[in-house]
Design a protein around this ligand. Structure first.
Ligand code: NOJ
Length: 503
């Protein structure tokens, strides 16, 4: 999901430390394949007498304990939108409004995962998937956002977590993936402080109930999207266009919710429980890996990431941003910044498309527009930029001292078709993953501690305002029949997981 540029982005500011140009080793170069130019070859007939090793010895190898996984989110897959006492979410309401979602699609049924989760977990097991990032729907737990708990909602996640663990799959639970209870929106939504306060109670409840089994928690997913698009641009639920001061307050309240998630895990989580933010900072790629362009990309990343990563990792909004915001600065209550910047255990990065930058006039960062025919997914913002895997990690480590990472999402939407033989030959997606993972391997090889990778998504699902037409899954969903068909990319990913290396 792209990051909307909005009033939070400063025009000038943070100084940047010069980066060190990284180099690909021969081994990485052979395995990485930039923009689909992966090395390929064959064994001439009559030569291959020895059995081939399972993988090419030159293939990038990932750490033995690397957590390979897949990701989804409640609204996008569960369906059962009004079942077992679930309250209305802002996405249920938004989707019901004419003209908001492509094709008028709603999340009412989605992948029917609420009823089919045993089958989905079985399929994960068959593919060798051992880590699953899912989200908990706040309106299932608190139908009105606060007030009485809906025990049937909690029971669903109880069953889901138990089934995952029984299948040998480790859950990574996201607390908030955009489904704000509509009742809270009716009382001001993220504009008002009562919302992060209600979130605090919700976070306490789910950690107390599920924390004996869930050890990996993710706080809020992509604050720039659910605030920037929901309250700034208005193309996501709740579909509002607020002035800068209100918008900045919404961001601040979302940051407070993140802080409460961390606090709840520290207070109520089991020993060894871990928690981190899932974020999608705009990843700036230096167009050449020369000191000048790297320095320019570093500075631009600093300006753009500062308003969210500054509070979380440095305990303060950037001074230059506050100055620029002027009267539109958010109200900050005593104790807020300490809560927002409570130490976390990892940063989850959602990596899709990025932007290129070079040192322009006077060495100032200059963004480079992408040509119309630049390779993209079937959504215009999804520029295929495998290097974002490397630079996303490196910028966050160099700017904010982040030590541990997960790639909490990565994937691409394609126009998948089922062949007459019943296959989905999504070679474009497979190559996308090969290229991005090659660049991730480079980051790991250079010493950045990336602990896992979650493919977005396990299955095709409700792509928010784009409805069901955009497919991101490695498993195909035939919505009328709910048939699941693993795509070619799923088979490939299963082998990567099995070998711990690119295949
Ligand atoms: C990021 C979001 O977290 C996810 O919900 C969305 O489907 C993907 N981007 C693709 O747009």
């Amino acid at each position: 999901m792209n990051i909307e540029r909005n009033v939070l982005l400063p025009k000038s500011g943070a100084p940047g430390a010069p980066g060190h140009p990284g180099r690909l080793s021969r081994r990485e170069f052979l395995g990485a394949g930039i923009l689909g130019l992966a090395a390929c070859g064959g064994i001439p007939a009559g030569i291959a007498a020895e059995p081939l090793p399972a993988i090419n010895a030159n293939s990038p190898q990932f750490p033995k304990d690397f957590a390979w996984g897949v990701a989804t989110a409640a609204t996008q897959i569960e369906g059962a939108a009004a079942e077992d006492g679930k309250g209305e979410s802002i996405w249920d309401r938004f989707a019901a409004e004419p003209g908001r979602v492509v094709g008028g699609d709603t999340p009412a049924v989605a992948c029917d995962h609420y009823h089919r989760y045993p089958q989905d977990i079985r399929l994960m097991g068959e593919l060798g998937i051992r880590n699953y990032r899912m989200s908990i729907a706040w309106p299932r737990i608190y139908p009105q956002g606060d007030g009485p708990v809906n025990t049937k909602g909690l029971d669903f996640y109880d069953r889901l977590i138990d089934a995952l663990l029984a299948g040998g799959i480790t859950p990574f639970a996201t607390m908030f993936h955009w489904d704000l209870p509509q009742a809270l929106e009716d009382r001001g939504g993220w504009r008002v402080r009562a919302t992060p306060e209600a979130f605090a109670v919700y976070a306490d409840t789910i950690v107390k109930k599920l924390g004996d089994r869930v050890r990996n928690w993710m706080s809020c997913n992509e604050i720039p999207c659910f605030i920037g698009k929901g309250y700034g641009k208005g193309d996501h639920a709740p579909g509002c266009k607020e002035p800068p001061k209100v918008l900045n307050q919404c961001y601040h309240h979302a940051l407070l919710a993140h802080g409460h998630a961390v606090r709840a895990v520290r207070q109520h989580g089991a020993a060894g429980a871990r928690v981190g933010l899932v974020h999608n900072p705009d990843t700036i790629v230096p167009v050449t890996e020369t000191p000048d362009d790297i320095e320019a990309a570093h500075r631009q990343y600093g300006w753009e990431s500062g308003p969210i990563m500054g509070p979380v990792f440095k305990g303060a909004y950037p001074a230059a941003w506050l100055e620029r915001a002027g009267q539109a600065q958010p109200e900050i209550a005593p104790g807020d910044m300490a809560l927002i910047s409570m130490p976390t255990d990892f940063l989850g990065l959602n990596i899709y498309g990025g932007h290129f930058c070079r040192a322009g006039k006077g060495s100032q960062p200059e963004s480079l527009p992408l040509p119309d025919d630049y390779p993209r997914g079937t959504l215009p913002w999804l520029n295929i930029t495998p290097q974002t895997m490397y630079w996303g990690v490196r910028h966050a480590a160099e700017h904010y001292g982040v030590k541990n990472f997960y790639i909490s999402e990565n994937g691409v939407c394609q126009d998948d078709v089922v062949t007459p033989k019943g296959e989905v030959l999504d070679i474009g997606r497979l190559e996308f993953y090969r290229n991005y993972l090659g660049c991730l391997h480079r980051a790991i090889h250079e010493g950045f501690n990336v602990q896992g990778f979650f493919a977005w998504s396990f299955m095709d699902n409700y792509e928010w305002a784009e409805g069901y037409a955009k497919r991101f899954g490695i498993v195909h969903i035939d919505y009328p029949t709910q048939k699941r068909t693993p795509k070619l990319s799923a088979g490939w990913y299963a082998k990567v997981i099995r070998e711990g290396a690119m295949v």
